[in-house]
Design a protein around this ligand. Sequence first.
Ligand code: AHR
Length: 503
Amino acid sequence: PHARLSLDPAFVVAPVSRKTFGTFVEHLGRCVYGGIHDPGHPTADEDGFRGDVLQYVRDLGISTVRYPGGNFVSGYRWEDGVGPVDERPVRKDLAWHSTEPNTVGLDEFMKWARKAEVEPMMAVNLGTRGVQEAIDLLDYANGEGGSFHSDLRKENGAEEPYGIKMWCLGNEMDGPWQIGHKTAKEYGRLAAETARAMRLIDPDLTLVACGSSGSAMPTFGTWEREVLEEAYDEVDLISMHAYYWEKDGDLASFLASGVEMDHFIEDVIASVDHVRAAKKATKRINISFDEWNVWYLDGEASKNPETEWPVAPVLLEDQYSVADAVVVGSLLISLLKHSDRVVSASLAQLVNVIAPIMTETGGRSWKQTTYHPFAQASKFAQGDVLRGEIQAPTYETAKYGEVPAIDAVATHDAATGDVAVFAVNRSLTESIAIDFDTRSFGAGEKALNLVEATTLHNPDPYLTVTVDTADSVAPEANGDTSWEGSVLTVILPPLSWNVVRLA
Ligand code: AHR
């Protein structure tokens, strides 16, 4: 079977937003303790941060890191995490039924973020707390000095303001599981008032209101409208969260998760633009897709401890397969295709907890299968996202009906001439040849040449990797390419994530 991808450098969706390649560090399981922070580890630096993890993080090409939660933030007192470590209180973390030692807090995270070369995206607690604590935190983080909280930061060793620009106004406040869960109206008011107060300190912040924590939420659709009826003028972005996993052995539908993500994004755009129309506003609210991934939510790994209150328990440590990597790739394609409205996104999460990077506390570390599509997309998606037309064979799914077997997106860097095509083949059985006519990019001396084609593929969709076999699933050179005139044909193996680079 054949597919065709039509592209023209003049048809641009939007510039690639580097913020699409964000991730997430929550005080959850072994993400912080044993993940990024592990003072006993042989590679740990003077601040207790693992050097091996920092290197993986830099190589992954991350732009932003959301912190400190997640569900955790809705019961968090940020003050617990600053000042002399041995004087910090130990608290029960109700969200994950764990004990939070508060060894790592804002000042440690900011040191780590600097070393990791990432921009922080901070969340404030709008579950158990409100406006006052949010502005105190903002002043602690960004104040120049001369006020109680900004001076406290200096006393704690950070002379210069952190200048944190992106702030999440709470987390998943639509979810009944959330500590301090609210109705849309209650939350919308609180988000608006918090935003207004924060902007009195710094009008240039980027503020994210909580959207729905999933498209299956009963309040999805009305939540966005009601929140924005209260907070439209005060916020910049609305959040989206989505997790996908294979249910009831239906691999075909799972592989089409990107189709659901496309619909979800388009539905959120419709909801927020409805408020825009009703308000006769000129400003547009865009999207921060600040939690997305494959997560086997009903799996054993996701069960909270019920009786004990452990410190940094093994939680949500999903092992990812080849199929999971292909789905992560297709979700990246969906995010990029919507770059005109999805301006920020965070893969949830970064280390150990539903993560591309795994560690043994005190021991080895390795890359999961899902590391690769993220790293490649982050590295090679440069310049503008192009509006592509794809004609592809279809297959039938129980959940989404007939879906295209191929999904793809391309980027074009006008400055260098580089083109990158990211494509998934979701078919479990068929190799599919994709034809891409490069004519519109230039002819003769200006014609595009193939730089490299890679594919991540394995005949076993369920193959996962361990610390000992981590290299066994990774992108490999795809030699199945040919030219006929200006048309490049690349054969995409069944169940594969592919990157084709031209210059
Ligand atoms: O990423 C794991 C959890 O998923 C987050 O804490 C929460 O926001 C979401 O439900």
